[in-house]
Design a protein around this ligand. Structure first.
Ligand SMILES: Cc1ncc(COP(=O)(O)O)c(C=O)c1O
Length: 403
């Protein structure tokens, strides 16, 4: 490379570092919030002027070109509009009479998505923790399940659900890729929970076990949306043999919180076990929540605006970012990589310094951490389609060269 070109590139990088460092610095030059609950209101305009720099200036920027840290993607702008509509209307999915269009929007989205997972119906809920609880509630009451089996890498919401429902939980070890090992148990009276996209490293448990238990639930909070992308759909082959599937809208469907879907193989039957009436209700409410927001509307807007190809394109970008980053790590003797980014998550650590020292030299929010076998690892989650891998790599090289 000519010397002038490399000088220009270095100057551009230095500017970029400065800009990003500034972004992460605490801005102390903004109006303070009132110390106490004001007796007289400040008014809308003043309140928004005071609050905006706090809310925007001090938020984690999930769509920053160097953010590769958490399972929380930046949301799509179309969802901002739909969410404002929702806030202004405040519809309640508790009953169709209080949400005539929002209830049909929910039905439309569920009907569009169910066939990808071999499910017949379901409903929205505020997150996959609630979705997992709903599924295990149905399993317990519809099939008399008294024992749940999952891997040690399953999300803690499975353990929470078992505690709440009074179900025994058995955790099975994982293989070197952190996937559930052969349970070697008689599952005929158990509910088997398989994770599609483990929280730690994104691993997908072997879905060949679907249907081997009295009830199979798939926690596809993270990886579920890959089923919509023709290039990655194969990752979830076998999922249609499950009895229930949970998918987060607020993860890889790029929705604002709180958005998740719980789907059932036989919804007609399952909903009877997870619906309760009350003398103040015209008809029973389904699921764990009482009031539910119209969070199907932002997702409906997303599916309409992007179509299946648009969603597949964003997921493709996420996967190619993860793959490029992984290729950099495995070709560099400074790092040990724990697992491949099967669903966009890569776990690695620096070979010549402590993980905590390495992370301290990087901007906050670039990566997360992961504890595995008593060691701290770096966890990079490709949830941000705007992540710029060459820039992230240049930060890493700088962190490696600083003593
Ligand atoms: C695999 C898995 N299941 C369930 C959950 C819980 O989802 P939520 O935070 O939406 O309740 C998570 C959250 O990260 C997850 O990764």
């Amino acid at each position: 490379m000519p010397k002038e070109a490399s000088v220009t590139i270095q100057a551009n990088l230095d500017n970029l570092y400065r800009a990003v460092d500034l972004m992460f610095q605490k801005n102390t030059d903004i109006a303070l919030l009132p110390e106490n609950f004001p007796t007289e209101g400040l008014g809308d305009q003043t309140t928004l002027e005071i609050l905006a720099p706090h809310v925007f200036g001090k938020a984690a920027d999930l769509g920053s070109p160097i953010a590769l840290a958490h399972m929380d993607p930046p949301t799509l702008p179309i969802t901002w509009a739909a969410t404002l509509w929702n806030a202004s209307l405040n519809q309640n999915l508790l009953h169709p009479a209080t949400s005539p269009f929002a209830s049909s929007a929910e039905e439309i989205v569920i009907n569009w998505l169910c066939p990808f997972f071999g499910m017949s119906g379901g409903h929205f809920c505020s997150g996959s923790t609630i979705g997992n609880l709903t599924a295990l509630w149905a399993a317990r009451d519809q099939k008399g399940i008294k024992q749940v089996v999952c891997s040690v890498a399953a999300h803690n919401s499975i353990e929470k659900a078992c505690k709440i429902l009074g179900i025994k939980l058995t955790k099975i070890p994982v293989d070197q890729d952190l996937r559930l090992r052969d349970p070697e148990l008689d599952l005929k009276e158990c509910c088997l929970v398989l994770t599609a996209g483990a929280t730690g490293n994104g691993a997908i448990d072997p879905l060949v076990y679907c249907g081997k238990a009295a009830w199979t639930h798939i926690d596809a909070a993270w990886a579920g949306p890959f089923r919509l992308a023709p290039n990655y759909s194969y990752l979830l082959d076998g999922i249609d043999g499950a009895n229930s599937v949970v998918i987060s809208g607020h993860k890889l469907l790029f929705q604002p919180k709180d958005s998740a879907l719980i789907l059932f193989k036989d919804y007609e039957e399952s909903r009877r076990y997870i619906s309760l009436g009350g003398n103040y209700l015209a008809r029973p409410t389904v699921g764990v929540q009482g009031s539910r927001s119209a969070n199907a509307i932002p997702l409906l807007a997303t599916l309409m605006a992007l179509g299946r190809n648009g969603i597949a394109m964003i997921l493709g970008q996420i996967m190619s970012n993860a793959e490029n980053f992984y290729q950099y790590l495995v070709s560099n003797s400074n790092f040990t990589v724990l697992s491949k980014p099967v669903t966009g998550i890569t776990i690695f650590r620096p070979n010549h310094q402590m993980t905590s020292d390495f992370l301290a030299k990087l901007p906050q929010g670039m990566f997360a951490t992961f504890l595995y076998e008593d060691k701290e690892w770096v966890r990079s989650v490709s949830a941000n389609p705007k992540a710029d891998i060459p820039t992230i790599i240049s930060y890493i090289e700088r962190a490696n060269s600083i003593k």
